[in-house]
Design a protein around this ligand. Structure first.
Ligand code: PSV
Ligand code: MN
Length: 397
């Protein structure tokens, strides 16, 4: 049984929790070996807002939708009025704006790191347009991920490419308004297999610092080598004032984009714990955008998103009941077992009754997944979208 104080902590934590969902999580995606299509998959930007609206209505935790410019705003700034109208209609605001600097043929050898100055200029132009879109949609975060790198030793000048990155990011940063931020994401490999220009959190942090005061690092939990201690990276970035946000997902081997907590829920808990411990110690709220970056090929897309949000909610609630006072004392006295048990007791506590109580008070369904299954929404969109999606596939083939 949880103590009253712990239940209060869970309520306060869940009231403050916001999880951004990705528009691409509702679309048909796959692996490089192919796609398994779903009749209910979202195709249009309206489908995506509609699906996101369901997730938010049932969980109360997802008021924003991350948008990928090329996939969601194909007409750039001209797509903004439609997005605004859909946001109002489905009760979900546009979230982070993600420029696409990896799909166009011009990016074969990179974007900001490309040896061709014309390509670098085109990449900067696309980022500047994305900043403009963000401003127009009142979205705070420009979220940058670069596929840039090389596949074979000796084929690129690694230092020159770093300098080009610095120049491009500085130009982009100069265009941000006061209320905008720039998040720099890192990834060790894929699609590049020899070197990636922004391969780890240190490189991302150096580039972000060089770009300017509104730039921060984005940690995608799938973008690390096996067994890397991600919560330590989180703790360091927090301490350095450089943690801007997350792309949450789980992984077993590489950037697998598996459901959050499906492989290692304790790791997600430890990440949440570091954030809350920082907040307790400093008395300041960590200004972090928590986003999901998952796109399911096999699971039902909306159900998988709800499952993910429920997992985040549960692990965040567990992290909210760590006894910080006791932990700090045990750490200072090097009482190893007692310190470790502070985490373990919270991780293994039964938080379900407190979460149920929270949903009741906030007027949300006790079990969002069951509520979704009972809503008829999936059946409705499957019937509506099936024919259209099939026609799109056959005209493509
Ligand atoms: C790249 O693997 C990544 O994590 C980036 O965040 C992209 O924007 C996203 O996945 C979708 O491709
Ligand atoms: Mn990501």
């Amino acid at each position: 049984m949880l103590k009253t104080k712990q239940i209060e902590n869970i309520f306060a934590a869940l009231d403050g929790l916001r999880i951004e969902i990705p528009s691409w999580g509702f679309a048909n995606t796959g692996t490089r070996f192919g796609k398994f299509l779903q009749a209910a998959a979202a195709v249009t930007i309206e489908d995506k807002f509609s699906d996101a609206g369901q997730v938010h209505a049932l969980t109360g935790l997802c008021p924003t939708l991350a948008l990928h410019v090329r996939w969601d705003l194909p007409s750039g700034l001209d797509s903004a009025p439609e997005v605004e109208a859909l946001a109002a209609r489905y009760g979900v605001r546009p979230g982070s704006i993600n420029p696409n600097l990896f799909e166009d043929q011009i990016y074969k050898y990179g974007s900001l790191g490309n040896p061709d100055p014309d390509v670098r200029r085109a990449a900067v132009r696309h980022i500047l347009e994305s900043i403009e879109i963000g401003r127009r949609l009142a979205s705070r975060d420009l979220s940058l991920w670069f596929a840039d790198g090389s596949n074979y030793p000796g084929t690129q000048n690694i230092r020159r490419r770093r300098q080009w990155f610095q120049e491009g990011l500085e130009q982009a940063h100069a265009a941000l308004s006061e209320s905008q931020r720039m998040l720099v994401e890192y990834k060790p490999f894929e699609p590049a297999f020899y070197h990636t220009d922004i391969a780890d959190w240190g490189m991302a942090s150096l580039l972000a610092k060089a770009a300017g005061s509104k730039a921060r690092v984005l940690v995608d939990t799938g973008h690390h080598y096996q067994s890397q201690n991600i919560e330590q990276i989180v703790a360091w970035l927090l301490d350095d004032g450089m943690l801007g946000g997350f792309h949450f997902n789980d992984r077993r081997y590489a950037d697998d984009d598996l459901t959050l907590g499906s492989i290692d829920p304790y790791q997600v808990f430890r990440i949440f714990h570091e954030i809350r411990y920082f907040e307790w110690e400093t008395g300041q709220r960590a200004d972090i955008a928590c986003m999901i970056d998952q796109s399911h090929n096999l699971k039902g897309k909306i159900e998988a998103m709800i499952q993910t949000v429920m997992m985040a909610r549960e692990l965040y609630a567990r992290a909210a009941i760590v006894d910080h006072e006791k932990l700090a004392g045990s750490q200072a006295r090097c009482e190893l077992i007692d310190a470790e048990n502070c985490l373990k007791e919270a991780f293994f506590a039964d938080v379900a009754p407190a979460i149920r109580e929270w949903t009741g008070v906030r007027g949300l369904p006790e079990d969002p997944l069951q509520a979704f299954r009972g809503s008829g929404y999936l059946e409705r969109i499957t019937a509506q979208r099936r024919e259209r999606n099939q026609a799109a596939v056959s005209s493509y083939a």
